[in-house]
Ligand binder design. Structure first.
Ligand SMILES: Cc1ncc(COP(=O)(O)O)c(C=O)c1O
Length: 382
Protein backbone atom coordinates (compact mmCIF):
# COMPACT_ATOMS: atom_id res chain seq x y z
CA UNK A 1 0.00 0.00 0.00
CA UNK A 2 1.45 3.39 -0.97
CA UNK A 3 1.17 5.75 1.93
CA UNK A 4 -0.61 9.09 1.59
CA UNK A 5 1.35 11.90 3.18
CA UNK A 6 -0.82 14.85 4.24
CA UNK A 7 1.58 16.41 6.74
CA UNK A 8 3.58 18.83 4.60
CA UNK A 9 3.53 21.54 7.29
CA UNK A 10 5.59 19.19 9.50
CA UNK A 11 8.10 18.54 6.75
CA UNK A 12 8.20 17.92 3.01
CA UNK A 13 9.81 15.41 0.67
CA UNK A 14 12.73 16.86 -1.27
CA UNK A 15 12.18 17.97 -4.85
CA UNK A 16 14.10 15.72 -7.35
CA UNK A 17 16.18 18.72 -8.54
CA UNK A 18 17.20 19.34 -4.92
CA UNK A 19 18.35 15.74 -4.48
CA UNK A 20 20.29 15.95 -7.74
CA UNK A 21 22.15 19.12 -6.75
CA UNK A 22 22.92 17.77 -3.28
CA UNK A 23 24.33 14.54 -4.68
CA UNK A 24 26.82 16.55 -6.73
CA UNK A 25 27.93 18.27 -3.50
CA UNK A 26 28.33 14.99 -1.63
CA UNK A 27 30.26 13.40 -4.46
CA UNK A 28 32.50 16.13 -5.83
CA UNK A 29 31.95 19.56 -4.25
CA UNK A 30 33.25 18.81 -0.78
CA UNK A 31 35.60 21.79 -0.49
CA UNK A 32 35.48 24.11 2.51
CA UNK A 33 34.25 27.53 1.33
CA UNK A 34 36.81 29.18 3.65
CA UNK A 35 39.72 27.48 1.81
CA UNK A 36 41.57 29.59 -0.74
CA UNK A 37 42.31 26.80 -3.22
CA UNK A 38 40.14 25.86 -6.19
CA UNK A 39 38.04 23.29 -4.26
CA UNK A 40 37.29 25.88 -1.61
CA UNK A 41 36.50 28.56 -4.16
CA UNK A 42 34.15 26.15 -5.99
CA UNK A 43 32.26 25.53 -2.76
CA UNK A 44 32.08 29.28 -2.08
CA UNK A 45 30.59 29.87 -5.52
CA UNK A 46 27.87 27.31 -4.75
CA UNK A 47 27.21 28.98 -1.40
CA UNK A 48 26.80 32.41 -2.96
CA UNK A 49 24.62 31.06 -5.78
CA UNK A 50 22.32 29.52 -3.15
CA UNK A 51 22.21 32.87 -1.32
CA UNK A 52 20.96 34.53 -4.50
CA UNK A 53 18.34 31.81 -5.04
CA UNK A 54 17.03 32.22 -1.48
CA UNK A 55 16.96 36.01 -1.77
CA UNK A 56 15.07 35.59 -5.06
CA UNK A 57 12.28 33.65 -3.35
CA UNK A 58 11.83 36.45 -0.82
CA UNK A 59 12.54 39.44 -3.10
CA UNK A 60 15.37 40.73 -0.99
CA UNK A 61 19.10 41.44 -1.28
CA UNK A 62 21.45 38.39 -1.11
CA UNK A 63 23.66 40.30 1.37
CA UNK A 64 20.79 40.12 3.87
CA UNK A 65 20.63 36.29 3.86
CA UNK A 66 22.47 34.49 6.67
CA UNK A 67 22.37 30.70 6.50
CA UNK A 68 21.49 28.84 9.71
CA UNK A 69 20.79 25.23 10.64
CA UNK A 70 17.03 25.71 11.02
CA UNK A 71 14.28 28.26 11.54
CA UNK A 72 14.50 27.42 15.24
CA UNK A 73 18.08 28.69 15.22
CA UNK A 74 17.09 31.79 13.23
CA UNK A 75 14.31 32.60 15.74
CA UNK A 76 16.62 32.09 18.72
CA UNK A 77 19.27 34.28 17.08
CA UNK A 78 16.87 37.20 16.61
CA UNK A 79 15.51 37.12 20.14
CA UNK A 80 18.94 36.69 21.78
CA UNK A 81 20.37 39.50 19.63
CA UNK A 82 17.54 41.89 20.52
CA UNK A 83 17.70 40.89 24.19
CA UNK A 84 21.37 41.78 24.28
CA UNK A 85 21.32 44.96 22.24
CA UNK A 86 18.10 46.75 23.25
CA UNK A 87 17.42 48.91 26.31
CA UNK A 88 16.56 46.86 29.41
CA UNK A 89 13.35 48.85 29.86
CA UNK A 90 12.10 47.94 26.40
CA UNK A 91 9.41 45.28 25.98
CA UNK A 92 9.08 42.41 23.53
CA UNK A 93 5.75 41.85 21.80
CA UNK A 94 4.59 38.59 20.32
CA UNK A 95 1.35 36.64 19.97
CA UNK A 96 -0.42 33.74 21.65
CA UNK A 97 -0.05 31.50 18.55
CA UNK A 98 3.72 31.38 18.10
CA UNK A 99 5.90 28.35 17.46
CA UNK A 100 7.85 27.11 20.53
CA UNK A 101 11.08 28.32 18.88
CA UNK A 102 9.83 31.87 19.53
CA UNK A 103 7.83 31.18 22.68
CA UNK A 104 10.63 29.52 24.62
CA UNK A 105 13.37 32.11 23.97
CA UNK A 106 10.79 34.77 24.88
CA UNK A 107 10.09 32.93 28.14
CA UNK A 108 13.82 33.24 28.93
CA UNK A 109 13.64 36.95 28.14
CA UNK A 110 10.68 37.30 30.52
CA UNK A 111 12.55 35.34 33.21
CA UNK A 112 15.34 37.91 33.04
CA UNK A 113 12.82 40.55 34.12
CA UNK A 114 11.98 42.06 30.72
CA UNK A 115 8.34 42.67 29.81
CA UNK A 116 6.94 40.27 27.18
CA UNK A 117 3.48 41.12 25.86
CA UNK A 118 1.48 38.39 24.11
CA UNK A 119 -1.21 39.81 21.83
CA UNK A 120 -4.25 37.55 21.42
CA UNK A 121 -6.03 36.34 18.30
CA UNK A 122 -9.70 36.15 17.34
CA UNK A 123 -11.70 33.00 16.56
CA UNK A 124 -10.29 33.10 13.00
CA UNK A 125 -6.72 33.03 14.31
CA UNK A 126 -5.97 36.62 13.27
CA UNK A 127 -4.01 38.89 15.59
CA UNK A 128 -6.09 41.67 17.09
CA UNK A 129 -4.67 44.78 15.40
CA UNK A 130 -6.15 47.27 17.90
CA UNK A 131 -4.54 45.48 20.85
CA UNK A 132 -1.33 45.23 18.86
CA UNK A 133 -1.33 48.95 18.08
CA UNK A 134 -1.85 49.80 21.75
CA UNK A 135 1.11 47.59 22.71
CA UNK A 136 3.31 49.13 19.98
CA UNK A 137 2.83 52.60 21.53
CA UNK A 138 5.05 51.66 24.48
CA UNK A 139 8.84 51.32 24.55
CA UNK A 140 9.26 48.20 22.43
CA UNK A 141 12.43 46.40 21.35
CA UNK A 142 10.86 43.91 18.96
CA UNK A 143 7.61 42.56 17.61
CA UNK A 144 8.03 38.86 16.75
CA UNK A 145 5.15 37.34 14.83
CA UNK A 146 4.43 34.16 12.91
CA UNK A 147 3.56 35.13 9.29
CA UNK A 148 1.48 32.00 8.62
CA UNK A 149 0.58 29.66 11.45
CA UNK A 150 1.82 26.09 11.21
CA UNK A 151 -1.32 24.51 12.70
CA UNK A 152 -4.12 26.49 11.03
CA UNK A 153 -2.33 28.01 8.03
CA UNK A 154 -3.82 31.40 8.96
CA UNK A 155 -1.85 34.25 7.37
CA UNK A 156 -1.47 37.47 9.37
CA UNK A 157 -2.01 40.92 7.81
CA UNK A 158 1.72 41.55 7.57
CA UNK A 159 1.43 44.61 5.30
CA UNK A 160 -0.71 46.41 7.89
CA UNK A 161 1.43 45.13 10.78
CA UNK A 162 4.63 46.28 9.09
CA UNK A 163 3.02 49.69 8.51
CA UNK A 164 2.15 49.92 12.21
CA UNK A 165 5.73 49.00 13.12
CA UNK A 166 7.03 51.80 10.87
CA UNK A 167 4.61 54.26 12.46
CA UNK A 168 5.74 53.40 16.00
CA UNK A 169 9.41 52.79 15.16
CA UNK A 170 9.39 49.14 16.29
CA UNK A 171 11.61 46.46 14.73
CA UNK A 172 9.62 43.58 13.22
CA UNK A 173 10.60 39.91 13.10
CA UNK A 174 8.44 37.62 10.96
CA UNK A 175 8.67 33.85 11.37
CA UNK A 176 8.00 33.01 7.71
CA UNK A 177 8.79 29.30 8.10
CA UNK A 178 5.38 28.21 6.81
CA UNK A 179 4.84 31.13 4.44
CA UNK A 180 8.03 30.80 2.38
CA UNK A 181 7.50 28.78 -0.77
CA UNK A 182 3.73 28.73 -0.31
CA UNK A 183 2.66 32.36 -0.81
CA UNK A 184 4.33 35.29 -2.62
CA UNK A 185 6.79 37.16 -0.40
CA UNK A 186 8.20 40.55 -1.31
CA UNK A 187 10.35 41.80 1.55
CA UNK A 188 11.21 44.97 -0.38
CA UNK A 189 7.59 46.04 -0.03
CA UNK A 190 7.60 45.62 3.77
CA UNK A 191 9.37 47.29 6.65
CA UNK A 192 10.69 44.14 8.29
CA UNK A 193 14.02 43.77 10.08
CA UNK A 194 14.26 39.97 10.52
CA UNK A 195 12.71 37.00 8.70
CA UNK A 196 13.21 33.30 9.54
CA UNK A 197 12.77 30.46 7.04
CA UNK A 198 13.54 26.73 6.84
CA UNK A 199 14.39 24.65 3.74
CA UNK A 200 12.61 21.46 4.77
CA UNK A 201 9.23 23.20 4.70
CA UNK A 202 9.52 23.92 0.96
CA UNK A 203 10.91 20.68 -0.45
CA UNK A 204 14.49 21.33 0.58
CA UNK A 205 16.62 19.37 3.05
CA UNK A 206 16.39 19.33 6.84
CA UNK A 207 19.17 21.12 8.72
CA UNK A 208 19.25 24.20 6.49
CA UNK A 209 17.54 27.47 7.33
CA UNK A 210 18.11 31.18 6.94
CA UNK A 211 17.73 34.40 8.81
CA UNK A 212 17.20 37.49 6.68
CA UNK A 213 18.43 40.63 8.39
CA UNK A 214 17.83 44.10 6.96
CA UNK A 215 20.86 45.54 8.83
CA UNK A 216 23.09 42.45 8.77
CA UNK A 217 26.30 44.16 9.89
CA UNK A 218 25.02 44.71 13.39
CA UNK A 219 23.83 41.15 14.16
CA UNK A 220 25.25 39.49 17.28
CA UNK A 221 26.15 35.89 16.30
CA UNK A 222 24.21 33.19 18.13
CA UNK A 223 26.96 30.69 17.29
CA UNK A 224 30.40 32.23 17.80
CA UNK A 225 33.85 31.05 16.92
CA UNK A 226 34.21 31.28 13.16
CA UNK A 227 34.47 33.76 10.30
CA UNK A 228 31.62 32.12 8.38
CA UNK A 229 28.63 34.12 7.18
CA UNK A 230 30.66 37.30 7.69
CA UNK A 231 31.14 36.42 11.41
CA UNK A 232 27.40 36.31 12.01
CA UNK A 233 27.09 32.49 12.24
CA UNK A 234 30.14 30.43 13.12
CA UNK A 235 30.75 26.87 11.90
CA UNK A 236 31.75 25.36 8.56
CA UNK A 237 28.81 25.75 6.23
CA UNK A 238 26.52 22.81 5.41
CA UNK A 239 27.21 23.23 1.71
CA UNK A 240 25.05 20.35 0.47
CA UNK A 241 22.14 21.52 2.66
CA UNK A 242 22.54 25.13 1.57
CA UNK A 243 22.77 24.17 -2.11
CA UNK A 244 19.61 22.08 -1.64
CA UNK A 245 17.91 25.02 0.03
CA UNK A 246 18.89 27.31 -2.83
CA UNK A 247 17.52 24.91 -5.44
CA UNK A 248 14.33 24.39 -3.43
CA UNK A 249 13.88 28.18 -3.25
CA UNK A 250 14.40 28.54 -6.99
CA UNK A 251 11.95 25.74 -7.82
CA UNK A 252 9.41 27.18 -5.36
CA UNK A 253 9.69 30.63 -7.00
CA UNK A 254 9.18 29.04 -10.41
CA UNK A 255 6.24 26.88 -9.33
CA UNK A 256 4.64 29.14 -6.71
CA UNK A 257 1.44 29.93 -8.63
CA UNK A 258 0.95 26.42 -9.99
CA UNK A 259 1.50 24.88 -6.55
CA UNK A 260 -0.89 27.30 -4.87
CA UNK A 261 -3.56 26.50 -7.45
CA UNK A 262 -3.08 22.72 -7.26
CA UNK A 263 -2.76 22.50 -3.47
CA UNK A 264 -5.66 24.90 -3.00
CA UNK A 265 -7.87 22.67 -5.17
CA UNK A 266 -6.88 19.53 -3.28
CA UNK A 267 -7.40 21.22 0.09
CA UNK A 268 -10.83 22.51 -0.98
CA UNK A 269 -11.77 19.08 -2.35
CA UNK A 270 -10.84 17.60 1.02
CA UNK A 271 -12.82 20.13 3.03
CA UNK A 272 -15.92 19.95 0.82
CA UNK A 273 -15.79 16.15 0.98
CA UNK A 274 -15.46 16.18 4.78
CA UNK A 275 -18.36 18.62 5.13
CA UNK A 276 -20.56 16.54 2.85
CA UNK A 277 -19.81 13.11 4.26
CA UNK A 278 -19.15 13.60 7.99
CA UNK A 279 -21.64 15.27 10.34
CA UNK A 280 -20.58 17.71 13.10
CA UNK A 281 -17.37 19.08 11.67
CA UNK A 282 -16.04 22.62 11.76
CA UNK A 283 -13.13 24.28 10.01
CA UNK A 284 -10.69 26.04 12.34
CA UNK A 285 -9.20 29.37 11.31
CA UNK A 286 -9.86 31.93 8.63
CA UNK A 287 -10.81 30.50 5.22
CA UNK A 288 -10.02 33.81 3.53
CA UNK A 289 -6.54 34.37 4.86
CA UNK A 290 -5.05 30.91 4.82
CA UNK A 291 -2.15 29.02 3.23
CA UNK A 292 -3.44 27.22 0.14
CA UNK A 293 -2.28 23.80 1.38
CA UNK A 294 -3.58 23.78 4.96
CA UNK A 295 -6.85 22.59 6.48
CA UNK A 296 -7.56 22.32 10.20
CA UNK A 297 -10.81 20.58 11.11
CA UNK A 298 -12.61 19.85 14.34
CA UNK A 299 -14.42 16.50 14.36
CA UNK A 300 -16.77 17.17 17.21
CA UNK A 301 -16.66 14.77 20.17
CA UNK A 302 -14.04 12.61 18.44
CA UNK A 303 -10.49 12.59 19.87
CA UNK A 304 -8.04 13.79 17.19
CA UNK A 305 -5.22 11.53 18.37
CA UNK A 306 -7.46 8.47 17.97
CA UNK A 307 -8.44 9.51 14.41
CA UNK A 308 -4.76 10.17 13.67
CA UNK A 309 -3.74 6.68 14.77
CA UNK A 310 -6.58 5.03 12.85
CA UNK A 311 -5.61 6.95 9.69
CA UNK A 312 -1.98 5.99 10.22
CA UNK A 313 -2.93 2.31 10.31
CA UNK A 314 -4.68 2.87 6.98
CA UNK A 315 -1.49 4.44 5.54
CA UNK A 316 -2.45 8.12 5.86
CA UNK A 317 -0.26 10.65 7.71
CA UNK A 318 -1.88 13.75 9.22
CA UNK A 319 -1.19 15.79 12.34
CA UNK A 320 -3.01 16.59 15.56
CA UNK A 321 -1.47 19.96 16.37
CA UNK A 322 2.15 20.89 15.77
CA UNK A 323 4.55 18.07 14.87
CA UNK A 324 6.68 18.64 17.93
CA UNK A 325 3.67 18.40 20.26
CA UNK A 326 2.13 15.35 18.56
CA UNK A 327 1.85 12.54 21.02
CA UNK A 328 1.49 14.91 23.97
CA UNK A 329 -1.88 15.11 25.67
CA UNK A 330 -1.93 18.91 25.98
CA UNK A 331 -4.44 20.57 23.64
CA UNK A 332 -2.93 22.83 20.98
CA UNK A 333 -2.08 26.25 22.44
CA UNK A 334 -2.89 27.78 19.05
CA UNK A 335 -6.45 26.45 18.94
CA UNK A 336 -6.92 27.29 22.64
CA UNK A 337 -5.79 30.87 21.92
CA UNK A 338 -8.48 31.04 19.21
CA UNK A 339 -11.11 30.28 21.84
CA UNK A 340 -11.65 26.54 21.34
CA UNK A 341 -12.26 24.53 24.49
CA UNK A 342 -9.77 21.79 25.42
CA UNK A 343 -12.16 19.15 24.04
CA UNK A 344 -12.65 21.06 20.79
CA UNK A 345 -8.91 21.52 20.38
CA UNK A 346 -8.28 17.84 21.14
CA UNK A 347 -10.85 16.87 18.49
CA UNK A 348 -9.02 18.77 15.75
CA UNK A 349 -6.71 17.54 13.00
CA UNK A 350 -4.41 19.28 10.56
CA UNK A 351 -4.21 18.16 6.94
CA UNK A 352 -1.47 19.78 4.86
CA UNK A 353 -1.08 18.84 1.21
CA UNK A 354 1.98 19.20 -0.99
CA UNK A 355 4.31 17.64 -3.53
CA UNK A 356 3.17 14.19 -4.61
CA UNK A 357 -0.49 14.53 -3.59
CA UNK A 358 -3.26 14.16 -6.14
CA UNK A 359 -7.03 13.87 -6.34
CA UNK A 360 -6.89 10.10 -5.79
CA UNK A 361 -5.20 10.68 -2.41
CA UNK A 362 -8.04 12.95 -1.37
CA UNK A 363 -10.72 10.52 -2.52
CA UNK A 364 -9.11 7.69 -0.53
CA UNK A 365 -8.55 9.88 2.53
CA UNK A 366 -12.21 10.93 2.48
CA UNK A 367 -13.40 7.32 2.30
CA UNK A 368 -11.13 6.24 5.16
CA UNK A 369 -11.94 9.31 7.28
CA UNK A 370 -15.68 8.75 6.95
CA UNK A 371 -15.52 5.18 8.20
CA UNK A 372 -12.88 5.87 10.88
CA UNK A 373 -14.75 8.84 12.39
CA UNK A 374 -18.09 7.04 12.45
CA UNK A 375 -16.48 3.95 14.04
CA UNK A 376 -14.79 6.04 16.75
CA UNK A 377 -17.98 7.96 17.43
CA UNK A 378 -19.99 4.72 17.77
CA UNK A 379 -17.40 3.27 20.16
CA UNK A 380 -17.42 6.45 22.23
CA UNK A 381 -21.22 6.28 22.56
CA UNK A 382 -21.38 2.61 23.53
C1 LIG B 1 6.09 28.50 12.24
C2 LIG B 1 7.31 27.69 12.49
N1 LIG B 1 8.41 28.27 12.99
C3 LIG B 1 9.53 27.59 13.22
C4 LIG B 1 9.61 26.25 12.98
C5 LIG B 1 10.90 25.52 13.25
O1 LIG B 1 11.51 25.16 12.02
P1 LIG B 1 12.78 24.19 12.01
O2 LIG B 1 12.25 22.81 11.88
O3 LIG B 1 13.55 24.62 10.79
O4 LIG B 1 13.56 24.43 13.24
C6 LIG B 1 8.49 25.58 12.48
C7 LIG B 1 8.52 24.12 12.26
O5 LIG B 1 7.50 23.44 12.40
C8 LIG B 1 7.31 26.32 12.20
O6 LIG B 1 6.22 25.74 11.70
Amino acid sequence: MTRIYLDHNATTPMHPEVVQDMLVCFETKYGNPSSVHTDGRDARKLLEAARSQVSGLLSTDPAEVIFTGSATEANNTVIAHMHETSGKDMAFISSTIEHPSVDEPLASVAKSGREVIKVGVDRNGLVNLDTLETALRGRVALLSLVWANNETGVIQSVAEISRLCSEYGVLLHLDATQAAGKIPINLRALNVEFVSISAHKFNGPKGAGALIVASPKSLTPWIQGGPQEARRRGGTENIAGIVGMGRAAEVASRELDARARKYGELRDQLWLGIKESIPSVERNGSCRSCLPNTLNVEFKRTPGDVILQALDLEGISVSAGAACSSGSVAPSHVLSAMGLTSDEARSSLRFSVGQGNDTKDIVRTLAVLKSVVSRIRETNLS
